[in-house]
Ligand binder design. Structure first.
Ligand code: SER
Length: 324
């Protein structure tokens, strides 16, 4: 049987997945296969060759995918986000860790059968950090997450390095994968309102103010996190995955653009929607999580190793992306 050459995307129906598919479908002349627990919406289903509805924890399903496809690259986006993960840490661990290990194993089998390292993209997060004051974090400091989500992401980063550099090191078998990861800050999309995340207050604020002219914010007005506009997040994934092997020395990178506080973001967008109003009803657990994340990160490593730079600053994000 000839296996179909493909790119595999898990969590494809999520807000990053759907935008990534649109961009990849325009650029790459290769089959895109998706795996998601829900059917993919009609706007992107026509860009996909095979849509598989199923769970990343289903090893039989992954074995079947392994037999049927020659997978050239994997984008493993399926995850339970930070706030939702705190509601059921055991399920979060299962999906975010065990599900990802299933995918790392799939990548390894594909690397073996193709005799080349399969590129594996993993979205990590600023949730890997744990800081209690206003630190600007570089990649190797303050790795003390207070959430199960952050702990899961940090562990998978370590496994990704292991599968890329040292897997099964006592044996002669030297099959490895090519793991590449971005520690995403909050993301803001013009298309979707995220759910289950802790950085959701900025994108929720935009969509609620635009559509309903009121937003009840779940963290205080001084809450400040780093952010990226969705097109920059997608470009970052594509640039990272297209960079040459010799450029990718560190494998795990911070990326960011702007970092307004909740009130600074509100002040900016209320100039566009002058009749808007904001209120603050603080959720203390979500506030504690936000306070544990850095209010800025340093992305110099990505600039140095693969020439990363964000195109959209805060004003451009609002005026040339969200409003367009
Ligand atoms: N934006 C994500 C969240 O808030 C963090 O990676 O859960």
């Amino acid at each position: 049987m000839i296996r179909k050459k493909s790119i595999l995307i898990s969590g494809a129906g999520g807000e990053v997945g759907s935008e990534l598919i649109k961009t990849l479908a325009n650029r790459e002349n290769i089959n895109i296969i998706t795996l998601d627990t829900h059917p993919i919406t009609s706007q992107i289903s026509n860009k996909i060759s095979d849509q598989i509805t199923g769970n990343i924890l289903d090893k039989n399903l992954l074995d079947q995918i392994n037999l049927e496809y020659e997978i050239k690259e994997i984008y493993h986006l399926a995850a339970i986000l930070s706030t939702r993960a705190e509601l059921s840490p055991d399920i979060a661990h299962d999906v975010n860790v065990n599900g990802t290990i299933n995918f790392l194993e799939l990548a390894l089998k594909q690397s073996r059968s193709q005799a080349k390292r399969i590129k594996f993209f993993f979205p990590s997060s600023i949730a890997v950090y744990g800081v209690n004051n206003n630190k600007v974090c570089t990649e190797n400091e303050y790795l003390n997450p207070i959430t199960i989500y952050g702990a899961n992401k940090l562990y998978i980063e370590k496994l990704g390095l292991y599968y890329s550099e040292h897997y099964n090191q006592l044996s002669n078998n030297k099959d490895l994968i090519d793991f590449r990861s971005l520690r995403f800050p909050g993301l803001i999309s013009s298309k979707t309102i995220p759910s289950g995340g802790t950085s959701d207050f900025i994108p929720e604020m935009w969509h609620h103010i635009k559509n309903h002219k009121h937003y009840d914010c779940f963290v205080d007005e001084n809450s400040r996190l780093p952010f990226l506009a969705m097109p920059d997040a997608i470009n970052a994934i594509i640039d990272l995955m297209n960079s040459g092997h010799s450029d990718i020395k560190s494998r795990i990178y911070n990326v960011k653009s702007f970092n307004p506080s909740a009130s600074e973001f509100y002040n900016l967008i209320s100039q566009i929607f002058p009749e808007s109003k904001i209120s603050y009803t603080i959720n203390h657990v979500r506030q504690k999580i936000v306070n544990s994340w850095p209010n800025d990160i340093d992305d110099q490593l990505a600039q140095e190793e693969w020439n990363w730079s964000a195109k959209y600053n805060l004003n451009e994000t609002v005026n040339n992306y969200l409003l367009v």
